[in-house]
Design a protein around this ligand. Sequence first.
Ligand code: COA
Length: 162
Amino acid sequence: MRLAVYPGTFDPITRGHTDIVSRSLSIFDRLIVAVAPNPRKGALLSIEERVELAKIATKDFANVEVESFNGLLVEYVRQRGAHAIIRGLRAVSDFEHEFQMALLNRKLDERLETVFLMPSEEYSYLTSSIVKELALFGGELEAFLIPEVAKRLREKYGHETR
Ligand code: COA
């Protein structure tokens, strides 16, 4: 059983993230979506909400678990007995940051591989920040978010009647 961990802040989980989940499952038997607290980023949603929404967004995939983790990613991956880290690579601009993280993680545990997957091009420009900005100004969200996540963001920004 090949197990991979897909870590991220997921504030909130988008259709771009679930696209990566789906692609990961064509390579790995099981996947853990691992939600990081990432206080540096000043998340809109609490860690519990991010886990809850990620569970809803991935409920139709077999062999996917969602949980939060604290501390170093490599330690969490080791503790879960996973074989690889999955990261989405959307554009060249992602590369430097991802390259740095992958090499640092490999330095911390040389057996650990990071697997980069490209989301469908329709999501290649998507970020959680862009989606939050759209929500803030009452924009249409359904192309980027599943309805439950879109609803939660509207509630957060006081647009719950749309
Ligand atoms: N579709 C849509 N958006 C996507 C995406 C996709 N397929 N893939 C990435 N993104 C977006 C995210 O939504 C996020 O957007 P935002 O910046 O607007 O919030 C951005 O791309 C990247 O953020 P994220 O996936 O959350 O990654 P990150 O660069 O913030 O790193 C961790 C998150 C959890 C992997 C990293 O912080 C970590 O490993 N933390 C644990 C501590 C540790 O071990 N540190 C050392 C690691 S080197």
